[in-house]
Design a protein around this ligand. Structure first.
Ligand code: ZN
Length: 283
């Protein structure tokens, strides 16, 4: 271990949350929950596709019956649209996401904020639609005590997934919009940012709502579906973890790996065992 890190405890399985995307091709939600229980994993972060397969109430019952924490619900966001009707539809859907997160007892709703509306080249306009969308949703989320976590995405997704690409931009939105809004730090999206340490410090404990891990492979062969297992790439994950923990973050470490050509093809129990081993040794 390099010097300079805050002394950190190894991440044991009770502190891991399984993002269901990690075994999206292999398991439905019930199987994800059973897998977590079998491996002693403490939390889960469902995507809405898995949730809707079995229904939100049933999902909430299965999750709480098995004593799992819900580190976040993936996902809300996608605010920008070409017209007012589109923006309204996005807001209506986002309110449903907040409602579902409340039923699940999720620790936050993760926001992938959206990119350019179809045909648009106006990224400043998209960003202002994101700001307005979050502001409106935040009133609703506050009334239900459900925190919203902006997840800045790597800039390669600015056009189609999220035009908030840095922690700094996310912090600016938190400054402007206030209580109830925080940040999900996903190492895959932010590891390259020279301001990362400064902006994690600026966020502080109150805003650091979620911590997602995987790794950046070299070369990366697919912009979306070629994430690596922790330890197989170039991200200094313990370094980033030490920064968020220095601020007081002590939540679950959520493992979120989209891997069409590797991990989605493996036996899901092998994926979970590997995840646990890597969290203990290289996270
Ligand atoms: Zn993430």
């Amino acid at each position: 271990m390099e010097s300079g890190y805050k002394a950190m405890e190894a991440v044991d399985q009770k502190r891991i949350s399984l993002n269901t995307a990690t075994v999206r091709k292999q398991w439905n939600l019930r199987e994800c929950i059973d897998g977590c229980v079998r491996h002693g994993i403490g939390g889960i972060a469902p995507w809405r596709d898995k949730l809707h397969e079995c229904g939100v109430d049933e999902a909430a019952r299965m999750i709480s019956d098995n004593g799992l924490k819900v580190s976040g619900l993936c996902r809300g966001g996608m605010f920008p649209a070409a017209d007012a009707a589109g923006r309204q539809a996005a807001l209506d859907d986002n309110r449903r996401v907040v409602d579902e997160a409340v039923v699940l007892g999720a620790q936050c709703v993760v926001l992938v904020v959206g990119g350019l509306p179809e045909g648009s080249k106006d990224i400043a306009g998209a960003r202002s639609q994101v700001r307005d969308g979050i502001a409106t949703l935040l009133e609703y989320a506050r009334s239900l005590d459900m925190p919203l976590a902006i997840e800045p995405l790597h800039p390669m997704y600015a056009a189609d997934r999220a035009c908030v690409n840095t922690l700094r931009h996310a912090n600016d939105l938190c400054d402007e919009l206030g209580a109830g809004l925080g940040i999900a730090v996903d190492v895959y999206h932010v590891w390259w940012d020279p301001d990362l340490a400064t902006e994690i410090r600026r966020a502080g404990q109150e805003r650091l709502l979620a911590f997602h891990v995987c790794d950046w492979l070299v070369p990366t062969t697919d912009l979306l579906l070629d994430r690596g297992m922790m330890g197989d790439g170039v991200i200094d994950i313990p370094g980033i973890r030490s920064w968020v923990e220095t601020e007081g973050f002590n939540g679950l470490v959520e493992v979120e790996i989209f891997s069409a050509s590797n991990w989605w093809k493996r036996d899901a129990d092998e994926v979970l065992s590997t995840m646990i081993e890597r969290c203990r040794t290289v996270v």
